[in-house]
Ligand binder design. Structure first.
Ligand SMILES: [Zn+2]
Length: 265
């Protein structure tokens, strides 16, 4: 195609709209309409691009952790507890919700709000490692089994009173969680389970090649963002304490030595 083609075949509404709303394509000299400021469009595009990047990062971290877990269990001659998992990762665009969760079976969700606390790749890997650890340790199955008798009664009472759904809504940031609530999937875990998820999460992040020293920093940041304000959702579903940070710091050195990164293929 030559210049003439562009000039003749692809006209625009420039003349009818006045010369100020027009611009010219370099080399082809084709006149084009320009009603939207370029800077505005570029800024919008950059925002979308950032989100795509975060989504990709989430998937990359997830894939690494997935692989490391299976590889570790295979090498250790232990049955892989994730063999029946159907892993999936979603980034939910909600800056107000500082939360993340992993459903049994490997369905992981991270809200954009928590990215202010995770700050970097190692931070995000720590939160994902922790959430994945809940799924690997089958904490939901344990909790559901333990609560199965009392749950039915509580559930009916809570739904009738409207209390349960609002609590879950606050802690998970989800709007329609009736079914998950009934199954007890998104309720807070026990302290023992939280501690176990902290420990296993560190191991999984370390095996996947992330710097697990960032983990205690996240909990510090989580604590800080808690000060004088509403606690971030992640804290209401994941009780934090100085004791927890202390434990994590005590585990880090041993885990770095005993669970070195598994080479990713
Ligand atoms: Zn947890």
């Amino acid at each position: 195609m030559d210049r003439r083609f562009f000039l003749q075949a692809l006209g625009c509404g420039c003349l009818s709209l006045g010369i100020s709303s027009c611009t010219t394509v370099p080399i082809t000299d084709r006149r084009q309409l320009k009603l939207i400021p370029e800077s505005k469009l570029n800024a919008q595009a950059a925002k979308i691009y950032e989100k795509v990047k975060e989504k990709e990062k989430l998937r990359d971290i997830g894939k690494r952790i997935e692989y490391s877990i299976s590889e570790y269990f295979e090498r250790s001659n232990i049955k892989d507890p994730t063999s029946g998992f159907d892993w999936e990762y979603i980034l939910i665009d909600n800056k107000k919700v500082k939360n993340a969760w992993c459903m049994p079976g490997g369905k992981i969700a991270v809200y954009t709000g928590i990215l202010d606390i995770t700050k970097n790749t190692n931070g995000l890997a720590a939160v994902m490692g922790h959430e994945i650890a809940h799924a690997v340790a089958k904490h939901s199955v344990e909790r559901a089994s333990r609560n199965v008798a009392t749950n039915v009664v509580l559930q009916v009472t809570d739904i009738l009173s409207g209390g349960k759904l609002s609590t879950v809504n606050r802690t998970t940031g989800m709007n329609t969680v009736g079914l998950l609530t009934q199954m007890g999937i998104l309720n807070p875990f026990s302290r023992k389970q939280e501690s176990e998820a902290d420990y296993l999460g560190l191991i999984f992040s370390s095996l996947s090649g992330y710097d697990i020293r960032e983990t205690s920093k996240i909990w510090e940041r989580m604590k800080k963002s808690n000060k004088g304000k509403e606690p971030p959702e992640f804290m209401s579903t994941h009780p934090s304490s100085d004791n927890r940070i202390k434990n994590i710091n005590e585990w880090i050195n041993d885990i770095v030595i005993n669970y070195p990164p598994i080479e990713q293929t």
